[in-house]
Every structure is written in C-alpha cells, then in structure tokens.
Design a protein around this ligand. Structure first.
Ligand code: PLP
Length: 368
C-alpha cells in the first residue's frame, strides 16, 4: 500500500525578488547568504500527525519564547543540493537517502518521523516553485535545507515535545573552490570530543555543531582550516572532519586501496561517503570501512603508504587534506597537493551530479 501523500497548499509570493536582484545574487551567491522566494512548512501534533503542508513566501517565523526547541534543542536538519543538468533541467542528488537519514535522526532525538515520500515531495514543491534560483554552470547549485524543531510551548523537561514544525528553505551556493582546488590543513582535537558512544553523533542535530565550535576555534588558533575529531574513549581513532567524512588512499594508481573510518555510531553517516564507496569500488579499487589511528596516519604519511587523504560532504563534495597539526607533531600528506585519485573521484561524482556523466545508480531525482 502506498501512503497517500499530504496535499500541499500552494501560496506563491505576490512579491518575488525581481529578476535583476535574483541575477545579482546568483552572480556571487557565496554560501547560505541568499534565500529563495519561498519555503515549505508542515506541522505535526500528537494525535493528529502530519498536517497543514504548505508552500508560502519566505518570511521570518513568529515564535513563543517558551518554544521547546529554544531550551532543549530538539532539532534535526539535512543538507542536499539541486543541480542544473547539462540539458537545462534540474535534478536533486539522492533526496530519498537524505529522507531516510532524517528519519533516523528523528528517532534518535525522540521526534516524529516524516514519511520519506513527503520529505521528497516537499523538496519537489519548493524547487519547482523556485527553479529560477537554481544556478547554471561552474559547479554552482541550489542548496536545500530541510529541518524540524520542537514547536510546543512549555518548559516541562520530562518528555519530548508534542508539537513539531518541519520546514525546507533553499539558498543558492557558489562553487566551493572558485579559484581551483585547495587542500585544507587540519587540527587533531585531543581536548574536545564531538560524540561519545551512546550519544547523538550519528544524528544530524544542531547540538552536535554547537558543541564543536570551540574546537574549531582552537583549530583556527593553531593555524588550521578544520578540526578532525577522534574517538571519545581512547582519543586515537580518527572519526571525521568538521562536517565532513574522511577518506584515506593507500598505495597508488589502479591498485590503490580506498578506505574510510567505519561507522561506529559516533560519526555521521554521510551520503557523499556512501556514494564514493560505490564509485571507488566500480572504478576497480579495493574499498574498506576500517579503524584508522592517528599513529597509522602519521606513519603512513611518513613512509608513503598513505598517498592521499580527502574529506567529503554535500557542501564541498571532495576536499583534499594537505597537512596535519597535532599536539604530538605536524606532518604533510603526500606532497601536500590534491592527489590524482582525489581529483578523479571528485570529477566522477560531480559528473553524475551535473548530468555530464551517466548516472548508473539512479541517484539523480528529476524535478518536473
Ligand atoms: C552532514 C554531515 C556530514 C556529511 O554528510 P553528507 O550527507 O555527505 O553531506 C559529515 N559529518 C557531519 C558531522 C555532518 O553533519
């Protein structure tokens, strides 16, 4: 049986941004600075379930100061992108996978699960309405931000909220590397941890980010671009980097082995990470989900067995890691430049996303 999908009430804006202003925003979108003309909201209340799905003009929310999210952080989010295809149409990368992860995040945070079909339809409704905001060419995209928060009013703390708001907003995003791919430097965080066993590390929830800013500031103070998180118990197993997953390349050429830290429950299961496991394997590489320690990383970089390291996530797709700093010393990865396998995987994935290469996995979801 298929679930009947929620009827969306479409209330398009009477005053959308002018063509000239939109074109100006699209000429230099940056990231997360401009927002499209519309947003989607869906409500959930106990007893009634999901209802009141609507597309309406983008506007500030009016909130009661006692809304539970403002006090107890019951909030989850997603990030995915709509790409202008080579043929001029628009397609979204793996929205069903984001919808499934959104359900898993909701479960962990004791929030209601939005059906995946409704999640995808909310994206369809918004992107269809604001299609003119999808940039074309040059790795520019429309970044989509679905999120949900506890909107019940009250300060009681012994149970989850009984009222939630789901929303989708959209923001044009420029190329992550407008002047060519530049490797990042990373700081290994020993004093702070992002997630502990049994905690919320696997859920895409805002609180994981709130707890990470101080470590990111420490990385910046040490002259690094990004923080790399280690496991909470032994502080030696590499987990992930900021908001991206990590990959290690062992060896070189066609025989190179491509591995990523295994999902132990404390790192975020990235959809880019998952996609690259498939692509790398189909390119003939041996792939693996492994445990890799900071010592393995340092020794492998020194003796050359680790030839490349890169991070991956929706925003940047793939970012090479050029150098590492830690309390126990600094080292360079490979020659510190983007490696050939990193660049190959980036081209393959972006090729599928932009419609310049075939999509054998059925990952691109067309907006009609
Ligand atoms: C979203 C996110 C990622 C990357 O996930 P993608 O689905 O590839 O964008 C990695 N780590 C963290 C902490 C994240 O929040």
């Amino acid at each position: 049986m298929t679930t009947p999908s929620l009827p969306f009430d479409l209330k398009p804006s009477a005053q959308p941004v002018s063509d000239a202003d939109r074109e100006a925003a699209l000429a230099d979108p940056g990231f997360g600075r401009h927002f499209t003309d519309h947003m989607v909201t869906i409500r959930w209340t106990e007893g009634r379930g999901w209802h009141d799905a609507r597309l309406q003009p983008y506007a500030p929310l009016s909130m009661d100061p006692a809304s539970m999210v403002l006090h107890y952080s019951q909030e989850i989010f997603e990030g995915l992108k709509a790409y202008r295809q080579a043929d001029g149409t628009v397609a979204v990368f793996r929205p069903e996978a984001n919808g499934e992860r959104f359900q898993r995040s909701a479960r962990r945070m004791a929030m209601p699960e939005l059906p995946v079909e409704t999640f995808v339809e909310a994206i369809d409704v918004l992107v269809r309405q604001d299609e003119a905001w999808v940039p074309s060419g040059g790795e520019q995209t429309l970044y989509l931000r679905p999120f949900m928060f506890a909107s019940e009013v009250g300060l009681g703390i012994n149970r989850p909220a009984n009222e939630y708001t789901f929303m989708v907003i959209a923001s044009p995003a420029g190329a992550y590397f407008p002047r060519g791919i530049k490797p990042v430097s990373v700081w290994l965080s020993k004093d702070y941890v992002r997630a502990a066993p049994g905690g919320t590390g696997e859920a895409k929830t805002g609180g994981n980010y709130a707890g990470a800013f101080l470590a990111q500031a420490e990385a910046t103070r040490n002259g690094c671009d990004q923080v790399v998180w280690l496991d909470a118990v032994e502080r030696r197993w590499v987990e992930e980097m900021g908001g991206m997953n990590l990959y290690f390349v062992r060896g070189e050429g066609e025989d190179a082995e491509i591995v990523t830290p295994q999902l132990t429950g404390t790192l975020l299961p990235g959809i880019t990470r998952d996609s690259l496991l498939r692509i790398a394997s189909d390119l003939g590489h041996t792939t693996g989900e492994v445990k890799i320690s900071t010592d393995d990383w340092r020794q492998g970089s020194a003796d050359g067995t680790i030839s490349e390291v890169f991070a991956c996530g929706t925003a940047a797709v793939i970012t090479p890691v050029g150098s590492v700093r830690s309390a126990e010393g600094d080292w360079t990865v490979g020659d510190g430049q983007p490696g050939p396998i990193t660049q190959r995987l980036r081209a393959e994935l972006l090729g599928i996303q932009t419609g310049q290469r075939p999509d054998p996995y059925g990952w691109m979801h067309r907006i009609r």
